[in-house]
Design a protein around this ligand. Structure first.
Ligand code: CDP
Length: 226
């Protein structure tokens, strides 16, 4: 048995899964694909179109109509990739508070999930990949060679996300961040379709007391042992 060629990393918001995914993909020379950016890009498109997030049919249709591309970084400003929405660079805009506020509501819709999942499966088929999200090990790549579920308490995650925002000069407030994460956790974990949960065969890592390099070490042990 060689190395795993498909690796799924799931977990709640700000658990460190994107950083882990990016580092692990670099280590292995695989494609790193952060599926959250697709849901964020659709959400931005919905906001820009002035659609009501409760308008399921219109939102679902828009999700099928927009073109989202994730490609290697074209600007050296700390980004891991470019996110293009119908050709426009929206890499930073998808991190705005308005997107955080609505992304989980939109991610509940079946038509949105289908449009995103189809594209993610195509990418998984064509590449050696580390794919990161909420439902990668359960729905998108149920046959992934290695599944990691990265967890941490909501307070630790809120502190991490708050620090990230401050480092990016994005004004923010710890209590607001905490409230927003709790709200997203609640919606992501309780939705009917593809809820956030570890796959039965996932290895759960709790990152409360682990720095990102400790988490990476644990993940590498799993990779080289499979
Ligand atoms: O980066 P952060 O952990 O804050 O979130 P994200 O990974 O960018 O995902 C944003 C939102 O998209 C999540 O809160 C979910 O509602 C949704 N999402 C999803 O439903 N399924 C995925 N595979 C990835 C994200």
């Amino acid at each position: 048995m060689g190395l795993p060629t498909t690796i799924a990393i799931d977990g709640p918001a700000a658990s460190g899964k994107s950083t882990l995914g990016s580092l692990l993909a670099k280590e292995l020379g695989y494609l790193y694909f952060d599926t959250g950016v697709m849901y964020r890009a659709v959400t931005l498109a919905v906001i820009r179109a002035g659609l009501d997030v409760a308008a399921e049919e219109a939102v679902g249709k828009l999700a099928g109509d927009v073109r989202i591309d994730v490609s290697p970084p074209s600007v050296d400003d700390g980004r891991d990739y470019d996110v293009l929405l119908d050709g426009e660079d929206v890499t930073w805009e998808i991190r705005a508070d308005a997107v955080n506020d609505y992304v989980s509501d939109i991610s509940v819709y079946a038509a949105v999930r289908k449009a995103m999942t189809d594209q993610q499966r195509r990418i998984a088929k064509e590449n050696k990949v580390v794919m990161v999200g909420r439902d990668i090990g359960t729905v998108v790549m149920p046959d992934a060679d290695l599944k990691i579920y990265l967890d941490a308490s909501v307070e630790v995650r809120a502190q991490r996300r708050y620090d990230e925002m401050v480092a990016r000069n994005q004004p923010s407030d710890y209590d607001d961040v905490l409230r927003s994460l709790k709200n997203r956790d609640q919606i992501d974990s309780n939705r009917e379709l593809a809820p956030l949960k570890p796959a039965d065969d996932a290895v759960v890592i709790n990152a409360d007391d682990l720095g990102i390099l400790d988490v990476l070490e644990k993940a590498k042990e799993l990779v080289y042992r499979v």
